[in-house]
Design a protein around this ligand. Structure first.
Ligand SMILES: Cc1ncc(C[n+]2csc(CCOP(=O)(O)OP(=O)(O)O)c2C)c(N)n1
Ligand code: SF4
Length: 323
């Protein structure tokens, strides 16, 4: 079976272009995502990775876990470098996918200008953000992607402050403002949706952007065996939304049957363990507004009684249980 025919997890080929032997932590969401992305993109792929966990755990010179050409330069320039690789290939008559795979720090913050430039020029490249919601490689510093309330080393928990005080930046809205050829959000827990979106991005021309939520075991203070379960709960609670944008329109690709309270997601992660009732209510309200924005009234949202002013969340004992 060729990569072109993949449409479900059962049809995934055994050909790995991101092989074992790399140094990612067990349960690393980035490694799970990249392994599957590379199976779908296949051998005619040139990969660029900026400074991030991915480059550190996959390419300790002179070895590489990628069985395709791999380039690496600086942190802030993914959009510019993949533009240059594609231009060089065009000149030499080389076909294939040029993909840049960057972290959230490299995308939301330091690489945003180069990303915007490539998107605005409608470069014929694929940009993938593997989002572990902090600068993990350098010791868990907050990024524009870090969610409200999360502990990081630069959003500490103490008397003065209690984790990050700002909400997660909506980078998809920023990318969509450039009217790209294709943009989509992906989850490592929704396999068929994941495969379909990578396939679609592979076969389109023009600027394509994929945004994958990738749980991080040490950074999120989670168990290695729970990464996929956590990614699934992110969607069920509204912390992550699965949708795609093409031909000027965004549409949901998966709608949960009902909205689960955000505490179910938070209690699996030590980075949120300190959150008090006020902060939990603030986050739940923000999620309810986001939920309405994406799903309208199509999906039940019992967890939003608090948003509608009908109820306040109160927690006795462990604040992360008992919603
Ligand atoms: C200009 C510049 N600033 C800072 C660094 C140090 N640095 C290297 S990787 C990194 C963090 C990467 O974070 P992110 O992009 O979120 O990827 P992750 O490691 O979380 O996968 C930082 C701060 C650098 N290499 N270059
Ligand atoms: S620190 Fe996080 S992102 Fe980095 S290799 Fe470990 S699990 Fe993966």
């Amino acid at each position: 079976m060729t990569a072109d025919e993949i449409s479900t997890i059962k049809e995934m080929p055994n050909n790995d272009y991101f092989v074992s032997g790399h140094g990612a932590c067990p349960g690393c969401g980035v490694a799970i995502a990249v392994n599957n992305i590379m199976r779908i993109l296949g051998s005619d792929t040139t990969v660029y990775v900026p400074a991030s966990c991915l480059i550190v755990f996959s390419a300790l010179y002179p070895t590489s876990a990628f069985r395709t050409p791999l380039l690496f330069t600086a942190f802030e320039n993914t959009g510019a470098v993949i533009t240059g690789i594609k231009a060089a290939q065009r000149r030499r008559g080389i076909e294939g996918t040029v993909v840049g795979i960057a972290g959230d720090g490299g995308t939301f913050d330091i690489g945003l200008q180069a990303l915007s430039g490539a998107a605005e020029r409608q470069e014929d490249v694929l940009y993938i953000c593997v989002d572990n919601e902090a600068y993990m490689n350098t010791g868990i510093q907050r990024s524009g992607s870090t969610p409200f309330g999360a502990w990081t080393t630069t959003t500490p928990v103490g008397k003065v402050t209690q984790g990050k005080r700002q909400m997660k930046k909506d980078v998809m809205d920023l990318v969509i403002a450039h009217d790209p050829e294709y943009a989509a959000t992906l989850s490592i827990a929704h396999y068929n949706d994941f495969i379909r979106k990578v396939e679609k991005a592979k076969h389109k021309s023009g600027f394509r952007f994929l945004h994958v939520l990738t749980p991080c075991v040490p950074g999120w203070r989670t168990e290695a065996s729970k990464s996929v379960e956590i990614a699934k709960l992110a969607v069920e609670t509204g912390m992550w939304t699965l949708f795609e944008y093409e031909e000027g329109e965004a549409r949901s690709t998966y709608k949960p049957h009902t909205m689960r309270p955000v505490t179910e997601y938070l209690h699996m992660q030590g980075r949120f363990r300190h959150m008090d009732n006020d902060d939990l209510n603030t986050l739940q309200r923000w999620l309810c507004a986001k939920w309405y924005y994406h799903y309208g009234h199509d999906v039940e949202q019992p967890a939003c009684a608090i948003y509608n002013g009908e109820k306040e969340l109160h927690f006795d004992g462990d604040p992360l249980h008992g919603v």
